[in-house]
Design a protein around this ligand. Sequence first.
Ligand SMILES: *Cc1c(COP(=O)(O)O)cnc(C)c1O
Length: 410
Amino acid sequence: MENGGSSDRYSRIGADEIRELEIAYLFPTYQRYELFLSHGDGVCLFDLEGRRYLDFLAGIAVSSLGYNHPRISRILREQGGKLIHSSNLLFQPYQGQLAKRLADLTGMSRVFFTNSGTEAMEAALKIARAHARAQGHEGKSRFLCVRNSFHGRTFGALSITAQEKYQAPFRPLLADVGVIEELTSSALAQAFDDRVCALILEPIQGEAGVRPLPRDFISRARALCDQHAALLVFDEIQTGFGRTGKYFAFQHYGIKPDLLTVAKAIAAGYPLGAVVGAASVARSLKIGEHGTTFGGGPLACRLALEVLDIIEDEDLVSRAAEVGGRLIQELHRLKDKHPCIRDVRGLGLMVGVEVGSIAPEIVKRLLRQGVVANASHGTVLRLVPPLIVTWEQVDEFLTVLDRVLSEFRG
Ligand SMILES: *Cc1c(COP(=O)(O)O)cnc(C)c1O
């Protein structure tokens, strides 16, 4: 069964039937690509016809170890045959060990595990409110976020996701949220007062088109949070675990947040998220004030421990920095050749190529040429390949991109 071949009768289905069933039975929330997957291997995906695709999407920055990593497959077999789910009412071996690893890696102190990134954001919002209350600050309940942020789709996370297309159909949202309209220190200072309990930032905005926040903006954010006794919350759901060439993106900026949310790459594609808290916030949440059924289950945590070991053993953080640096450099070269490229930006293997409104069309044509990528914000090619991507695969990608961009001349 190594390459996804299966005797499972549910896998004996063709593209037309898959599409018909989805049209008939799913809420129509997704616009899927024309790609009917069979399986993955390394940095590649394979469709039902056996055609190979180079994957520069990695399940939206989730599959950092690629597909079928032998050590992940082994854990799935071993732990899958032992204990998949327990309950947060009972002890199991892995949750505490993973929490310690996350605390050590971040220099922070406590962890709450969730099922997803969004749920980690919800936990962070509640912890921020609980922290303000525990400090005796009644009425300190305001959240600040920035324009074009993305933190998830549930009501709390959506309320701090300042993008009209996501919010408009669902108002009214959480009251008491302020949006910082510009990424400047002065806009930040103007938005602050003592009612703010937390400022929530993505150090590199993913859904907004791969936009690293300016360095002075982040240091001012840290200073203002300290000044107003507000928590600085970093959403590193997309940027965490080596993606940007450091373990966490905050480590590029020489500051530390008070709360850090992580998910996506943490457990090699198995759902898991976490909020990590600094020592100063550690005691703000009391027994019974928050919880979850699935979060931090034994299989998820065992997988995440293996992911962390693999990242270390295969030196994937510095590889992301090196290979990503080379990718960005080569994309700048393509920019000189192709006027449709307006900007290239990013850190490590989180890269955005600004091409304007042709981005979705480029994504379609890349797919036809055997490359999976994605358009973020409708105008930016987002490149987030598995961290195990090789120089050769980056070159292969660049050759295909060069060819596709040539079709947009004049
Ligand atoms: C993906 C993402 C989320 C939402 O995470 P889910 O696991 O989809 O709930 C939140 N914030 C950022 C920055 C993300 O990239």
